[in-house]
Design a protein around this ligand. Structure first.
Ligand code: GRF
Length: 199
């Protein structure tokens, strides 16, 4: 079975929906939730589900981002991770990290990519007077928010919308989209499960 690790920095609501879907529908196994934030709420949520959690302290590696990434890679390889889902992980992954899991890192971004890469996506959509907003699941490459789009979902923007209300609306959509895309990806066997092939 495909072994999935999830990287988070905060609330972990997407992580929770991914794990619940894997546990319920048994198409993959959540093997690790890893965070760069000690107090990330998601760590507690994952632990409550019986999933292995790991916190890595970025301050121990503050002058060397590559060492931080190497530590993460070791942890992920220790649990034989096939696929990595980024879910609100607020660090840019190094080229080294990305080449360790070729094609097997995906992310959810709160905009209709290629629009609004980076931060503050909801206020940018409102400033541009867009009629719709949404979220995108894509493959992670060395360029930020740039990899192949695997799935997208949209919601209309109402006239009374503000960045907070739009963020809430889009987050609810993320919770539906991310598990659907993950399951589809795994069932289509477009994930390279190197570890499974060895067994
Ligand atoms: C989500 O909006 C996600 O798209 C973005 O960060 C947020 C994480 O929320 N990358 P949560 O931690 O999953 O609740």
């Amino acid at each position: 079975m495909t072994r999935v690790a999830i990287l988070i920095s905060g609330t972990g609501s997407n992580m929770l929906h991914l794990c619940q879907s894997m546990i319920k529908e048994k198409y993959a196994k959540p093997v690790l939730v890893l965070s760069d934030q000690k107090r990330a709420k998601g760590l507690r949520l994952a632990k409550d589900l019986g999933i292995k959690v790991k916190y890595i302290d970025p301050f121990q590696y503050k002058n060397n981002n590559d060492s931080f990434d190497k530590k993460m890679v070791n942890e992920l390889k220790d649990v034989q991770t096939d696929l990595i889902c980024l879910a609100g992980f607020m660090r840019v992954l190094s080229p080294y990290f990305i080449t360790q899991f070729p094609n097997n890192i995906i992310n959810i971004h709160p905009s209709l990519l290629p629009k609004y890469k980076g931060l503050n996506t909801h206020s940018r959509a409102l400033e541009s007077q867009d009629s719709e907003a949404g979220c995108t699941v894509h493959r992670v490459t060395k360029k930020i928010d740039d990899g192949l789009i695997l799935g997208q979902a949209s919601v209309p923007i109402s006239t009374s919308e503000n960045p907070e209300s739009l963020a809430e609306k889009v987050l609810r959509l993320e919770h539906v989209l991310y598990p659907i895309v993950l399951k589809r990806l795994i069932n289509k066997k477009v994930i390279h499960d190197d570890y499974n092939n060895q067994n």
